[in-house]
Design a protein around this ligand. Structure first.
Ligand SMILES: C[S@@+](CC[C@H](N)C(=O)[O-])C[C@H]1O[C@@H](n2cnc3c(N)ncnc32)[C@H](O)[C@@H]1O
Length: 499
C-alpha cells in the first residue's frame, strides 16, 4: 500500500497531475500542494549527456494525448527579420491612413493606443524614450520584412536581467552555439547592427558584444514559433521547459500555443518511464538532406536519428528517386549521414553521385515551391509530370497528395456536390494511401492523419458506403477541434458533407 506524502499513513488517493504521489485525504493533498508539490508535480525530469546537453525524460509512463506540460513564455516577440507586427499584442499590423499607428511615446509601430501599455512593450518603451529612439518603419504596399526587429527580443531579454534576475539566469543556461554561429553572415550583420545598437545607441549598462550575440544565439537555438492564424500572429517565444526537449525527426510529442501564448506539449504515442520526451525541430515532409542541412544551420548539430540513418526512411523511400536504368527499383543513399555519398538502386547495379541526386531533388523542390497547392488541376499535373521519377512515398508526392485529399470536396468546382463518382473514388484512394504514409512520418495523434481520416469518412457518407462513417467523422471532428486549424474552418468543411 502506498503511503501519504504528508503523514505517512496508508493512502489510496493519487495525484492526478504526476500520478506519482499519494495522499490519505483531500486535506493533506491541499497542504502538500501549497507547501511543495506544486513545483515538483511533473511527469518529466531533465537529464544531460555530452551529445544532447540537457534533455527531457518521462518520470512515469505517459499515455497518448496526455498533456506533458503547460507553460507561459519567458519572452515573446518578433522574429529577427519580421513583417511589421504590433509590439504590444504581436498581431500583424494593418495600416491606418497609409501608415501604421506609432506608439505616442517611443514611435515603434503598434496596432493602436491600447497596446502602448501592454506588459510586453512598456519596459522597452521607456528605454527607447530615454534614448530618443525614432523608428524608421513605414507602411509600404510591398510589405517588406524589416530587419530592425532584430533588436526587440535581445532587449527584452536584457531587461529581464534587472527585473527578473533569476529568470535571466535560467535563460543564460540555454545553449547558444555562438562558436559555430559567429563566422556566419547573419552573425556578422548582428555584430555590426544589433550589438552596436545596444552598446552604443541604447548604451545598455554592463553588457558586452559577446553577451548580446550569445543572447541572439540562444533565441535562434531555443525559440518556438508562435503562430496563431486566426489572430494573425506570427511571432516567436522562449519556453524554458519546452526548450529542453531533444530532437528526433519522428518525435513522440506535439505542441501548440494557445490564444494566451501558453505552450502545451502532449504525447502523440505512449512514452514509457525513462524514455526521452522528443519533439521535432523540422518538418516531416522534407527529404533527409534538407532536414539535416536545416537542422545543422538552425540548431548546429548533425541529426543521426532513426529516420535519418535509415536509407529507406522506414520503408517509405521518402527521399528517393526512381531508377531510370531498370525502371523497377529506387535509388537510396549508401550513407545517408554523408550528404554527398553515392546512391544505388535497390534493384539493379545503377549508381548515381550524391550531388546529381541532390540537384534532381532540388529542381523538384523548386517546382513544388512554385506549385499552386490550392488548385486541383495543378496538383494532379505535378503528380502526372513526376510519376516517372518519384516513388509513392516521396515527400513531394505525399505533400501534393495530402493537399489533394483536402482540395477534393472543399474548393470551388470540386465541392462534394460537384464531384463525380470517379473523383470521389480518387479522393478516397488518396486518403487511404495518405493515412498509411502520414502515420509513418507522424505516428499516433497527428493532425494531418486526422484531417485525412475526416475526408475519407466524408467520402463514405457521400457514397452512403458505411453506416458508422457519420459517427467516425464526428469523433475525428471532436479530436481536430482543439487543433490549430481553427474551429470555423473545420465547421465549413463539416457543412459541405451531406450528413
Ligand atoms: C532547444 S535546445 C535543447 C536544450 C539543450 N540541450 C540544452 O542543454 O539547453 C537544442 C540543442 O540541443 C541539442 N540537441 C537537441 N537534440 C539533439 C539531437 N537529436 N542530437 C544532438 N544534439 C541535440 C543541440 O545542441 C541543439 O542545438
Amino acid at each position: 500500500m502506498e503511503k501519504c506524502a504528508v503523514c505517512g499513513v496508508d493512502a489510496k488517493q493519487k495525484c492526478a497531475g504526476c500520478n506519482l504521489i499519494f495522499y490519505c485525504s483531500r486535506e493533506h493533498q491541499v497542504i502538500d500542494w501549497k507547501k511543495a508539490h506544486k513545483k515538483s508535480c511533473k511527469c518529466f525530469e531533465f537529464e544531460s549527456n555530452d551529445i544532447l546537453g540537457r534533455y527531457m525524460i518521462a518520470k512515469r509512463d505517459i499515455k497518448p494525448g496526455e498533456i506533458i506540460l503547460k507553460e507561459k513564455p519567458m519572452i515573446i516577440g518578433p522574429k529577427t527579420i519580421s513583417h511589421p507586427i504590433c509590439l504590444g499584442c504581436h498581431k500583424s499590423l494593418i495600416p491606418i491612413e497609409n501608415d501604421y499607428y506609432k506608439c505616442s511615446k517611443c514611435t515603434w509601430p503598434l496596432c493602436g493606443k491600447s497596446c502602448e501599455n501592454s506588459e510586453y512593450h512598456k519596459d522597452e518603451c521607456k528605454l527607447y524614450c530615454e534614448k530618443n529612439f525614432k523608428s524608421s518603419i513605414k507602411f509600404c504596399e510591398s510589405a517588406k520584412a524589416e530587419s530592425s526587429y532584430c533588436v526587440i527580443m535581445p532587449i527584452r531579454a536584457l531587461l529581464l536581467k534587472k527585473s527578473k534576475p533569476k529568470v535571466y539566469e535560467e535563460f543564460s543556461k540555454l545553449v547558444s552555439h555562438l562558436e559555430q554561429r559567429i563566422s556566419t553572415k547573419l552573425y556578422e550583420a548582428l555584430r555590426i547592427n544589433l550589438a552596436q545598437f545596444i552598446t552604443n545607441f541604447i548604451q545598455f549598462p554592463n553588457v558586452t558584444e559577446k553577451e548580446i550575440l550569445n543572447i541572439a544565439g540562444r533565441f535562434d537555438t531555443n525559440c518556438f514559433e508562435v503562430i496563431l492564424p486566426s489572430k494573425k500572429i506570427k511571432a516567436r517565444g522562449i519556453y524554458l521547459e519546452t526548450a529542453m526537449m531533444a530532437h528526433e525527426c519522428v518525435p513522440n510529442t506535439k505542441h501548440f500555443v494557445d490564444e494566451n501564448f501558453e505552450m502545451r506539449v502532449f504525447a502523440t504515442i505512449p512514452i514509457a518511464k525513462g524514455q526521452k520526451i522528443l519533439t521535432s525541430y523540422t518538418h516531416p515532409l522534407k527529404t533527409t538532406i534538407e532536414r539535416r542541412l536545416g537542422i545543422k544551420q538552425a540548431k548546429c548539430f548533425d541529426c543521426i536519428c532513426t529516420r535519418c540513418i535509415d536509407p529507406t526512411e522506414m520503408s517509405t523511400f521518402a527521399s528517393s528517386i526512381k531508377c531510370t536504368a531498370c525502371n523497377n527499383g529506387v535509388l537510396t543513399s549508401i550513407d545517408p549521414l554523408e550528404n554527398l555519398s553515392d546512391w544505388k538502386c535497390t534493384n539493379c547495379s545503377q549508381k548515381m553521385p550524391g550531388m546529381k541526386v541532390f540537384q534532381v531533388l532540388n529542381e523538384i523542390k523548386i517546382k513544388m515551391e512554385n506549385l499552386n497547392k490550392k488548385s486541383v488541376q495543378d496538383c494532379e499535373k505535378f503528380l502526372n509530370d513526376h510519376e516517372h521519377i518519384l516513388p509513392n512515398g516521396s515527400v513531394f508526392v505525399v505533400d501534393v497528395k495530402y493537399a489533394l485529399c483536402l482540395l477534393y470536396g472543399n474548393v470551388d468546382g470540386f465541392l462534394f456536390k460537384d464531384l463525380s463518382q470517379v473523383q470521389i473514388e480518387r479522393k478516397m484512394k488518396l486518403c487511404e494511401e495518405m493515412i498509411k504514409l502520414l502515420s509513418i512520418f507522424e505516428p499516433g495523434i497527428s493532425n494531418s492523419v486526422l484531417n485525412t481520416q475526416f475526408e475519407l469518412e466524408a467520402c463514405k457518407i457521400v457514397l452512403k458506403r458505411n453506416d458508422s462513417s457519420k459517427e467516425k467523422l464526428l469523433k475525428v471532428y471532436n479530436q481536430l477541434i482543439t487543433s490549430s486549424e481553427g474551429k470555423s474552418l473545420l465547421e465549413t468543411r463539416l457543412k459541405r458533407i451531406p450528413i
